[in-house]
Design a protein around this ligand. Structure first.
Ligand code: S3P
Length: 423
């Protein structure tokens, strides 16, 4: 797919429902008592994997286009099955937590990229709780035989919402209170939704605990727009002069919007309108205008708050005056690709000056449009989106190889981009 330079971005629009919340609504709806109605479900390759997974586990889900109705089977009602997780890391990590206390044996598989991502990070703490789990050299395919679990106090070795969530979900079926201590705050959608479903969740600074409930009852979930899907538009409108866009009904969960704080430091112009709550989550409209940027530094404690937006940050930094740094982002090496290498290759390919470091990268910004070139998405949706935004901001356009991979999180991405782009 070739993306030509833009003159400006303009318009009012919304992005699909949040992927993290959509996965969780299906998984927690599945183990709830009664029906859960999910409105605004974010349809994508990844969430389709979760929909197929809960169905494979014996849960009926009605899909009438606008909303899904999950007919919950109760906390321990999932049926033994082999589950194909596709490309979805969130599904693979979270579902293991629920399977750890079901009756019977389960197998999890995934595509080539997911099968290269680490699974011991969830298997190891769940084994400590009493689950029987075998990985394939630390990866998928994985087999798990559920049974009675003991609660644990677990200090996460890395800041990962997926690992935290897997342990909390296993804690739903454990004997006693399960506590997870995190090295830095990560996204808290699991905790918020568990509270909504009636579980006793205690959040303290640096840790979160869950008591095993008798039952869960979620009832309904209204999914706000995905901040990570809004991010490419925020970055494009910031970089392309004369742009002005408004993105409606975006999730503004503070554990997800680190990019806004970073942009503010850099001189970005993003206004938040109509801030409100939908259920447990914060939502608002974002008004973004073009801006001139200065460099900034991101430290490890901030990384989880924009972990999926760091590729786009690299592009922002390449257009900002001065040298920008990202520290403590080694987790990027365990995403759909090694995202440190992938970002460095992509940005260099369009003319950016960037260096890889073991746990991050540094970028020397030049406030003129990047030249353009060819970006290989490497099967990673966030790299494809980085290439597309670089194309709009460039002088000569960008050829994005493997652009179809955007469908993993946002199938209509290129159509919406075209709609709001003026050339
Ligand atoms: C996610 C957590 C993050 C993020 C991923 C979605 C989630 O992964 O990168 O896209 O929904 O919990 P880690 O928890 O492994 O950092």
């Amino acid at each position: 797919m070739r993306v030509e330079p833009a003159v400006r971005l303009e318009g009012h629009f919304a992005v699909p429902g949040d992927k993290s919340i959509s996965h969780r609504a299906l998984l927690l709806g599945a183990v709830s008592d009664g029906d859960t109605v999910v409105r605004g479900f974010g349809r994508s390759g990844d969430t389709a994997s979760t929909l197929a997974a809960v169905r494979a586990l014996g849960v009926e889900v009605d899909d009438d286009g606008d909303q899904l109705t999950v007919h919950g089977v109760g906390l321990r009602g999932l049926q033994p099955a082999s589950v194909d997780c596709g490309n979805a890391g969130t599904l693979a990590r979270l579902v293991v937590g629920l399977l750890a206390f079901q009756e019977g044996s389960f197998t999890l598989t995934g595509d080539e990229s997911l099968s290269a991502r680490p699974m011991e990070r969830v298997a190891e703490p769940l084994r400590r709780m009493g689950a029987q789990i075998e990985t394939t050299d630390g990866h998928l395919p994985l087999t798990i035989t559920g049974g009675p679990l003991e609660a644990i106090d677990y200090e996460l070795p890395m800041a990962s919402a997926q690992v935290k969530s897997a342990i909390l979900l296993a804690g739903l079926g454990a004997n006693g209170r399960t506590t997870v201590v995190e090295p830095a705050p990560t996204r808290d959608h699991t905790e918020l939704m568990l509270q909504d479903a009636g579980a006793r969740v205690s959040v303290r600074s640096g840790s979160v605990s869950v008591d095993p409930p008798e039952r869960l009852h979620l009832g309904s979930v209204d999914v706000p727009g995905d901040f990570s899907s809004a991010a490419p538009f925020i970055v494009a409108a910031t970089l392309i002069p004369e742009s002005r866009i408004t993105i409606h009904d975006v999730s503004l969960n503070p554990r997800r919007t680190g990019l806004l704080d970073v942009l503010e430091r850099m001189g970005g112009r993003v206004g938040i309108l109509q801030r409100r709550r939908i259920g447990a989550e914060q939502v608002g409209d974002l008004e973004v205008r073009a801006a001139e940027l200065t460099a900034t530094t991101i430290h490890s404690s901030e990384v989880p708050l924009l972990v999926d937006e760091l590729p786009l940050f690299a592009l922002l930094a390449s257009q900002a005056r001065g040298e920008s740094w990202v520290y403590g982002a080694g987790e990027l090496r365990h995403k759909e690709t090694d995202r440190i290498e992938a970002v460095v290759d992509a940005l260099r390919a369009v003319g950016g000056r960037i260096k890889a470091h073991e746990e991050g990268f540094s970028v020397t910004g030049v406030p003129t449009r990047p030249k353009g070139g060819k970006v290989d998405a490497r099967g990673d949706h966030r790299i494809a989106m980085l290439g597309a935004v670089a194309g709009l901001a460039s002088r000569e356009g960008v050829e994005v190889q493997g652009a179809d991979t955007v469908a993993i999180s946002f199938p209509g991405f290129f159509d919406l981009l075209e709609e709001v782009t003026h050339r």
